[in-house]
Write a protein that binds this ligand. Structure first.
Ligand SMILES: *Cc1c(COP(=O)(O)O)cnc(C)c1O
Length: 365
């Protein structure tokens, strides 16, 4: 059998350690996972209460077009229904974009480190991947623009950027959109949109009117807490959506995911509470870092990239023994860091205490 050559050098996504796995390994009763930027407060209680009632007719295929959720999201963000495409997570929308626009001979421009699925899917399609290193956690947009040529099909911008958490301000993004040639699709991934609190945050949905080559990605996996159901979406010009549609699996979002997303959108109180708690715990975590001489990027998301006096792997292993799963920065291309999802207040207190001890023991060495 012969697979695509590129796959010889590619590895499957390595998920973070599972909760049950860690419990067994360390004989711990309770594990707190702060590794994948999931919502520590779970998901809307309305979804929990109402969704079971909506589960029926599971032998029937879902509405592949997602008419109800489409209507709901269009009204909620203020766009036309024809401007939306839904995916099995926004991960799948990334895949659909790559399937549609990328091929051998084409190239795509992105930051590094950033969300790895842009690169991963682009490589599978045989495109050249042009990665531009971050500067101090920020996209180097000038260099990214310089990397665009006639063969460039997609420019990826992740704001707030995973894994650094920093966002790109509105003036900068306006300027980038103005200067990006029409033949390039600009994808702005806003997986952490709900957490943005900066006053200079970009209104990407309004910008869609001016830029028919702009696409915005959002998800129900992060603040909405529905990562396990897999649903996200892309918003763009109707012409772009039409170009993308044939690359989408006909029944890619499930009946249950669509129904949950509708209920979740109606419960904005849950989102407000999530965001408020996150802000408080984030502030507290930053203060902790300041007090202990740990550097970090000024995050606009529900995670913080923390600079350490040891390797990320060492801190990861140490925190495992204390019952916390975090993401080591080593594998993300950011040595001596961890990416820490901002959790519940009491859990953050505990993990901060653990980090403090580890940092103190490093200082003694
Ligand atoms: C988590 C994440 C996504 C993907 O989320 P889905 O669960 O596939 O919707 C996309 N982009 C970024 C930057 C993320 O962090």
């Amino acid at each position: 059998m012969k697979a695509k050559d590129i796959l010889k050098n590619m590895k499957p996504y390595k998920p973070g350690k599972g909760i049950e796995e860690v419990k067994k390994e360390f004989g711990l009763e309770r594990i707190v996972k702060l590794a994948s930027n999931e919502n520590p407060f779970g998901f809307s209680p309305v979804v929990e209460k109402e969704l079971p009632k909506l589960i029926s007719d599971l032998e029937i295929y879902p509405d592949g077009y997602g008419a109800e959720i489409r209507k709901k999201v269009a009204a909620f963000i203020g766009v036309d229904e024809e401007q939306l495409i839904f995916g099995n997570g926004s991960d799948e929308v990334v895949q659909i974009i790559c399937r549609t626009f990328l091929e051998p001979g084409a190239n795509t421009v992105m930051a590094t480190p950033t969300f790895p699925q842009y690169r991963h899917n682009a490589l599978i399609e045989g495109a050249e991947v042009r990665e531009v290193p971050l500067i101090d956690g920020h996209h180097d947009l000038e260099s990214m623009l310089e990397n665009i040529d006639d063969q460039t099909r997609v420019l990826w911008i992740c704001t707030p950027n995973n894994p650094t958490g920093v966002h790109i301000d509105q003036d900068t993004l306006q300027n980038v959109l103005k200067r990006t040639p029409d033949h390039v699709l600009v994808v702005i991934d806003e997986a952490y949109f709900e957490y943005l609190e900066a006053e200079d945050a970009f209104d990407s949905i309004s910008a869609l009117k001016d830029y028919p080559n702009l696409m915005v990605l959002r998800t129900f996996s992060k603040a909405y807490g529905l990562a396990g159901l897999r649903i996200g979406y892309g918003v763009g010009h109707p012409d772009i959506i039409q170009i993308l549609e044939p690359s989408r699996e006909p029944f890619n979002t499930s009946t249950v995911a669509q129904a949950a997303a509708i209920l979740a959108l109606d419960d904005q109180k849950f989102i407000e509470e999530t965001v408020k708690e996150n802000q408080q715990n984030k502030k507290e975590l930053m203060r902790f870092c300041d007090e202990n001489g740990l550097g970090y990027y000024d995050t606009q998301a529900n995670f913080l990239l923390v600079q350490l006096p040891c390797t990320g792997d060492e801190m990861f292993e140490y925190l495992l023994t204390k019952g916390f799963i975090v993401r080591s920065g080593e594998a993300l291309g950011l040595p001596n860091t961890i990416r820490l999802t901002i959790g519940k207040k009491e859990d953050m207190k505990e993990i901060q205490e653990a980090i403090k001890q580890k940092v103190a023991s490093e200082a003694r060495q």
